[in-house]
Design a binder for this molecule. Structure first.
Ligand SMILES: Cc1ncc(COP(=O)(O)O)c(C=O)c1O
Length: 381
């Protein structure tokens, strides 16, 4: 019940990866047959990733994951802008107040270097206000970075509309789609996206691999310097086995996307319905525009960490917020942005469904939750 943190590697993915550790272990830059074999595998994987989001193969750049993709996209655009435009008016980035730390911290870092950043507020469901976005655009705005789907509350942003606005103003549009690819349709041709971040381990691929889609013609300054891999954008010997796994994971995700989306949405709604029957509970995030597998609840007057421990003791993995912040005792910036007070933020539980979950498991979780919350509230009284 914690698939937004990570997912198990699909056995088919493992099978595809294995030969690349022991037999096909070439360096894709080598000229000999081992190298060519690795290079071919790299390109095949690139094609599979591209197909998942309807991009061209040449527009996919492999990275070490979502975090690196976000950094390359945002910093790369900022540094390019600084180099190319000498007479700019207040270099300006627009983002949302509920981004993943990979985007948020990168923006904060750029602020220290003189860039200005507007963190757009969201409504109670976590949706970015489009009018506020339009009003925030200034002469110096060169980048809009707004995530596709939120990792904590699952809210899906209207990236079609945001992309259109960015295009009208000739602003580069980047979207962190780490939580959405493979789960809901993403089409970079239909949506006017210039850059899109992806990660393998959220879609049943291995950890430490990801990709950045960069639309043909969009120029970035490199931030990882070295031997010139990935068309000089991201140097470093390619993680062939991982990339092969990511490619396979994309292929599988594409083949079962619609069916899984439907199945998991049904399970999600069953979970939501049951959890909302628990007294003093509330659903965080948008009721409809949300990721198929995401649920996030506020259970008033219960400490979420205690629920997570109670669930863990009953063999259920859950989360209090995003994995990256689950070991910090700072209130989630996402839950705060949707208007919850600190006490409420610490009473929120995220349950995220995946490919292996079924109805029986959902019902089991609800039973365990009911018991746990009753007990915890009893203690609280
Ligand atoms: C929305 C979002 N962006 C970026 C990341 C970071 O991806 P990675 O773990 O591949 O670095 C995550 C991971 O949780 C995420 O949920």
């Amino acid at each position: 019940m914690d698939h937004s943190s990570t997912t198990p590697v699909d056995p088919e993915v493992v099978k595809a990866m294995l030969p690349f550790f022991t037999q096909k272990y070439g360096n894709a830059s080598s000229l000999h047959s081992f190298g060519r074999e690795a290079h071919d595998a790299l390109e095949k994987a690139r094609e599979n990733v591209a197909k998942l989001i309807n991009a061209e193969k040449e527009e996919i750049f492999f990275t070490s994951g979502g975090t690196e993709s976000d950094n390359i996209a945002i910093q790369g655009t900022a540094y390019r802008m600084k180099q190319e435009i000498i007479d700019y008016k207040g270099p300006h980035i627009i983002t949302s107040s509920i981004e993943h730390p990979a985007v948020m911290e990168t923006c904060k870092y750029l602020e220290k270097q003189g860039f200005m950043v507007k963190y757009l507020p969201v409504d109670k469901y976590g949706v970015v206000n489009i009018n506020e976005l339009k009003n925030s655009i200034s002469k110096g705005t060169f980048l809009i970075t707004v995530m596709h789907a939120n990792n904590e509350i699952g809210t899906i942003q209207n990236i079609d509309e945001i992309g259109k606005i960015a295009k009208e103003h000739n602003i580069v549009f980047h979207s962190d789609a780490v939580q959405s690819i493979g789960k809901i349709p993403v089409d970079v041709k239909k949506t006017k996206i210039d850059m899109l971040s992806m990660s393998s381990h959220k879609i049943y691929g291995p950890k430490g691999v990801g990709a950045l889609y960069i639309k043909k013609g969009v120029k970035l300054e490199q931030i990882v310097h070295g031997g010139g891999h990935e068309k000089n954008l991201r140097s470093g010997t390619e993680n062939i086995s991982g990339i092969v796994g990511f490619g396979k994971a994309c292929e599988i995700a594409k083949s079962c996307l619609e069916k899984e989306k439907k199945r998991i949405t049904k399970l999600r709604d069953r979970l939501i319905k049951s959890c909302l029957e628990i007294p003093n509970s509330r659903l965080n995030g948008h009721p409809v525009k949300r990721l198929s597998g995401n649920t996030n609840f506020l259970f008033e007057n219960v400490n979420a960490e205690s629920i997570v421990t109670h669930l863990d003791l009953n063999n259920v993995a859950a989360s209090t917020g995003s994995a990256c912040s689950s070991k910090k005792i700072v209130p989630s910036h996402v839950l705060t942005a949707i208007g919850l007070n600190p006490k409420q933020v610490f009473s929120c539980l995220r349950l995220t469904l995946g490919r292996k979950n079924n109805k029986e498991e959902v019902d089991y979780v609800v039973r365990v939750l009911l018991k746990g919350i009753g007990k915890l509230r009893g203690i609280a009284h």
